[in-house]
Design a protein around this ligand. Sequence first.
Ligand code: GRF
Length: 207
Amino acid sequence: MLKIAVLVSGGGTNLQALLDAKARGEIPHGEFVHVIASRPDAYALTRAANAGISGEVISRKSFATLEEYDAAILQALRACGAQIVVLAGFLSILGPTVIEAYRDRIINIHPALIPSFCGKGYYGLHVHEAALARGVKVTGATVHLVNEIPDGGPILSQKAVLVEEGDTPETLQRRVMEQAEWILLPQAVSDFCAGRLSVHGAWVSRK
Ligand code: GRF
């Protein structure tokens, strides 16, 4: 059973999707052991507490440098025995120390079809604002491994979602969450914990 720590920043609907999938027996080889929030008001912490999972706040603003923040995150991950890290609606940045310590073991959900609308500045609602501004007919979500390049690691899975007439960033975000994020992330975490994914350069195959 692999120990999973989840990093969050906001409402925690992706965390909830993970917890619900676990409760349905869909993630048999993973165990959620700790939640780290980048903000004290993250409702994701309440979702963790309701599920009996420990949580704490480690806010980037509390540290003078990225190095100190990075060290604090790593210390918390080590303390809970995390073997895998999942970024579920996590809006802060991870430093090189954590990325190196958990090389190829950090999973992120991005609310667009990478390489579209990703990288620096593309997070949360901004992603959907950009998709609508470009007039795309299809968007979606991507689950990928995290490396030093923002949204640059190998892609584990993707799911397309149609943009609808009259969509606002909020309605589009909701549809992408419901139809893609909340489906892809639990499935990817389950596959990863079960050892069903193998990475060959940029390509990830599912056994
Ligand atoms: C989601 O679209 C997520 O991809 C983005 O923020 C939104 C809210 O995520 N990063 P959550 O409800 O906090 O999981």
